[in-house]
Design a protein around this ligand. Structure first.
Ligand SMILES: C[S@@+](CC[C@H](N)C(=O)[O-])C[C@H]1O[C@@H](n2cnc3c(N)ncnc32)[C@H](O)[C@@H]1O
Ligand code: SF4
Length: 343
């Protein structure tokens, strides 16, 4: 089925899926590699893709620009760890031309923070206003256990560098049963005390990781009820274009988000699609269906084949996902890891 194309305000043809959802948000994984091995995301001995399969920086730029020409207004670079991709700033700086032209509202990235000390200023100078940093604990030993290879000090220094550079930061914390569930108040107070929002995320059944999901899974409905015993949580309308629902914590004055793919289906308002670093387009994080955009991208220097493939794929965007983690479903819902589709 072909995607509907509506004339946007700027006269551009925009992408609308079969359920009437405008596709305005693209998340691009720029590498499958990472300097961490978080226990819920990767196995310790991951094998990575051969270089030839991974899109070059120029190809990534072309792909992103094609989506922007089709109405995408928000672009998030992710991974793997986006900041370990060699030459990443060349891509960020090149894509920032779409901010200057007004075609793009926001260019942002999701990072584990390890390389922010090195890149924060350049990222800010390229027109990025806010970034997401993933941080699951403030305990150095626990941090090492969760990330296997990471250093908490390095990440905290990276966050400080990003704030000093003037970047707004949202902290993302995956809720892990028996691992960091005793730390949420500390994390909330730490983040809010430094002017950062914090969002809690339910662990999703993506990829074989060599450990039981059931042991990790903690429904945020339970977390929220526990936090409500300690804080006044006021519902607010604040939205960032993503699936998080926010409350204001009266005691800290800061915002706390909940992303609940498992307990609350947020698909109705889904405006996003994802591309892997090999140019595979996933129309839904929770479904297998995908479209290969690398082939049309490499087949010709003109964008006609690529744009046709994008239109065709958006015409197949499914209504939603149905993740399940329970005792009868111990296998991952999807074989691919979050580091492939990029969170
Ligand atoms: C895959 S990472 C990529 C970007 C970067 N490396 C980082 O960690 O922020 C993006 C986000 O996905 C989250 N994530 C990874 N695997 C997950 C899973 N199985 N369930 C829920 N969130 C997951 C991470 O915690 C991180 O916040
Ligand atoms: S969550 Fe991010 S930092 Fe952790 S292993 Fe996955 S890609 Fe790397």
């Amino acid at each position: 089925m072909q995607a509907l194309q509506l004339d946007g305000a700027a006269g551009r043809r925009e992408l609308v899926d079969p359920f009437g959802r405008g596709i305005t948000y693209l998340r691009v994984s720029v590498t499958d590699r990472c300097d961490f091995r978080c226990v819920y995301c990767m196995s310790e001995n991951m094998s990575f893709l051969p270089k030839a399969e991974v899109l070059t920086l120029e190809e990534l730029d072309r792909l992103c620009s094609a989506f922007i020409a089709r109405g995408v207004r928000k672009l998030r670079l992710t991974g793997g760890e986006p900041l370990v991709r060699r030459g990443i700033m060349t891509l960020v700086e090149s894509l920032s031309r779409h901010l200057r032209s007004g075609q793009l509202d926001e260019l942002t990235l999701t990072t584990n923070g390890s390389q922010l000390g090195k890149y924060a200023e350049a990222i800010k100078a390229a027109g990025v206003r806010r970034i997401n940093v993933s941080l699951d604990t403030l305990d150095a030993e626990k941090f090492r256990t969760i990330t296997r290879w990471g250093s908490l000090d390095q990440v905290l220094a990276g966050i400080a560098a990003a704030q000093a550079a003037g970047l707004k930061i949202k902290i993302n914390t995956v809720a892990l049963k028996g691992v960091n569930d005793d730390e949420f108040p500390r994390l909330i107070e730490w983040a809010h005390g430094r002017g950062m929002d914090l969002t809690l995320i339910e662990v999703m059944p993506l990829g074989e990781i060599g450990e039981g999901r059931l042991e990790q899974y903690l429904p945020l409905s339970i977390v929220r009820a526990r936090l409500a015993e300690r804080y006044r949580l006021e519902d607010i309308d604040y939205r960032t274009g993503g699936p998080a629902r926010y409350v204001r914590v009266a005691e800290t004055g800061g915002r706390l988000g909940f992303i609940t793919p498992m307990t609350h289906n947020f698909c109705e308002s889904c405006n996003r699609v994802r591309i892997t670093c090999t140019g595979t387009l996933y129309m839904c994080l929770g479904q297998e269906d995908a479209a290969d955009l690398r082939k049309p991208l490499r087949a010709s220097e003109a964008n006609d084949l690529l744009l046709a493939a994008i239109d065709e794929a958006i015409g197949r965007k499914p209504k939603g996902h149905d993740f399940i983690i329970d005792r009868r479903h111990q296998r991952p819902a999807l074989a691919r890891h979050m580091s492939v589709t990029g969170g």
